[in-house]
Design a protein around this ligand. Structure first.
Ligand code: ACM
Length: 264
């Protein structure tokens, strides 16, 4: 499996401009089975009002953005995981969508909303799915979810090979430092696809990161440039959870002693 990220600047509330930028980057992208794009890629992030977010949002079943991704995935026989401003009825969700050669494949809705997102989006209500695909088992988290170790663990326990972390990170370096640790202690690949640019005074921190199941940083982008990369992922490595001949990182867990997590 070859996988990586596209780091760039989606244009706030301007899908035409975003698609124009993305198309150029995807045309020049290295061959990949999976690419990850930033959070809220079809809309931009820092909406002045909820009305702006509403107008920029799309329904999954009627989305120019998803149709564009599906077209690219069909032509290149690949998958793309992308942040997506999702409208469903009267609600908005800060979602990630997985799109593949057959089109829309699945979605995740961000569980942990960050700062002003709480005024705009409903919290995720579709749990923590893992999608089995011919290229590997793919899961998604969105940006501030990085702060909550429970969600990484659940996805790893459900068999995720790679966690696609669609992001618009603003706290300097925090997530970029923690992601390799999540990868190490859950023995999964993580792709944090962050964005660049500034919207209404909010600057995004770039430094998109790919981390291996050994916690190694395979690649880290610069803070501000457009960057696209793809690397070989070793599915045999990620599926072998033995960390010594006598320690399986999941079988050695003691969930009966972790019950406080449910109450504290
Ligand atoms: C974030 O969750 N976009 C910081």
């Amino acid at each position: 499996m070859k996988a990586g990220f596209v780091q760039f600047t989606p244009e706030l509330c301007n899908l035409d401009k975003t698609l124009e930028r993305l198309e150029k980057l995807l045309i020049d992208a290295p061959p990949a089975d999976l690419l990850v794009l930033p959070e809220l890629c079809n809309s931009g992030y820092n909406f002045p009002t909820r009305k702006d977010a509403w107008e920029a949002s799309e329904e999954i079943s009627d989305s120019r953005f998803i149709n564009f991704l599906a077209d690219h995935c069909r032509k290149n026989n690949m998958y793309i995981a992308s942040g997506f401003c999702e409208r469903d009825g009267f609600k908005l969700y800060n979602s990630s969508v997985l799109v593949g050669p057959e089109g829309f494949t699945g979605k995740y809705r961000k569980i942990h909303l960050f700062y002003n997102e709480k005024d705009i989006f409903s919290a995720g209500d579709v749990g923590l799915p893992v999608f089995q695909t011919p290229v590997g088992n793919i899961a998604m988290l969105v940006c501030f979810d990085w702060m909550f170790p429970e969600v990484w663990r659940i996805l790893a326990l459900k068999g995720a090979d790679v966690i696609c972390h669609t992001s618009a990170l603003v706290l300097p370096g925090f997530a970029q430092r923690s992601v390799p640790i999540h990868a190490l202690i859950n023995h999964v690949y993580v792709i944090t696809a962050n964005r660049t640019g500034t919207e209404h005074g909010l600057t995004f921190t770039g430094m998109s990161t790919v981390a291996s199941p050994k916690g190694e940083v395979i690649c880290q982008a610069s803070a501000a440039a457009d960057e696209v990369c793809a690397f070989d992922f070793d599915l045999e490595l990620v599926r072998n959870k033995m960390i010594t001949p006598r320690n399986h990182i999941f079988a050695d867990r003691r969930p009966e002693l972790y019950q406080d997590l449910l109450h504290l």
